[in-house]
Design a protein around this ligand. Structure first.
Ligand code: NAG
Ligand code: NAG
Ligand code: NAG
Length: 195
């Protein structure tokens, strides 16, 4: 073999080795796992909650833009209760009936961030309530089910067993400002304050 054909041989060999390496690395790349859609910065959702058989309708107004989150809770055949949460960690939990109760709670953290599901573990797909869902687990907190096609949340289930079923999901809906005002007895009537 002359020098030229040796050289051509080694070039072809190198090419074959390289293409094999490329094929292997392509085959080794795992299919990327789906990640949950971040929450829209503002939305309105009607939710059916089931806490071991105690049912509630929750009217949820998530408003990250203004740093606030509102759960208006109707317990079955029970009281209408308002859970108003601010991003500074203050929550007001009150009724607007004659009992005029209000409890103020201070949390270390504010409301959920739109990307609060980041880092959740993907568990695969499941059919729930007639929707094909991707399922993730946020360890020590909950399982989250998102519609594969629309990317809307369908349900989440807390470790405590409390289930939240999403009935409506209106992206961009915002509750008018005056509805976010906790009643005056949350601020002045210390005797009515439980905390
Ligand atoms: C609520 O959850 C309980 C289990 O904790 C179940 O037995 C019951 O059927 C559920 N109720 C509704 C209306 O989904
Ligand atoms: C947090 O913000 C709300 C609404 O502006 C306010 O009523 C509350 O006093 C604030 N809490 C603190 C600890 O500043
Ligand atoms: C969901 O249901 C559809 C239709 O019945 C079925 O084809 C599919 O395999 C199911 N997927 C899962 C993950 O159970």
């Amino acid at each position: 073999m002359d020098l030229v054909s040796t050289r051509i041989h080694s070039i072809i060999l190198l090419f074959l080795v390289l293409s094999a390496v490329v094929e292997i690395s392509v085959a080794d790349v795992p299919e990327t796992e789906p990640v949950p859609a971040p929450w829209p910065e503002q939305f309105h959702a009607l939710m059916l909650m089931n806490k071991s058989g105690s049912l509630e309708i929750v009217d949820l107004w998530y408003d990250w833009v203004n740093g606030r989150n509102f759960n208006i809770i109707q317990k079955q055949l029970g009281k209408l209760t308002y859970d108003l949460e601010w991003n500074n960690g203050t929550s007001f939990y009150y009724t607007l009936d004659a009992s005029r109760t209000c409890r103020t709670v201070h949390f270390e953290v504010g409301i959920l961030r739109p990307n609060w599901l980041d880092g959740a573990n993907y568990l695969g797909q499941r059919n729930v309530s007639g929707f094909l869902c991707n399922v993730w687990e946020k360890v020590d907190f909950l399982w989250y089910y998102e519609d594969v096609v629309s990317k809307r949340p369908v349900q989440w289930i807390f470790y405590t067993g409390r289930e939240a079923h999403v009935m409506t999901f209106e992206v961009g809906a915002v509750l008018e400002d005056k509805k976010w005002q906790a009643p005056v007895y949350c601020f002045h009537n210390e005797k009515k304050s439980i905390e």
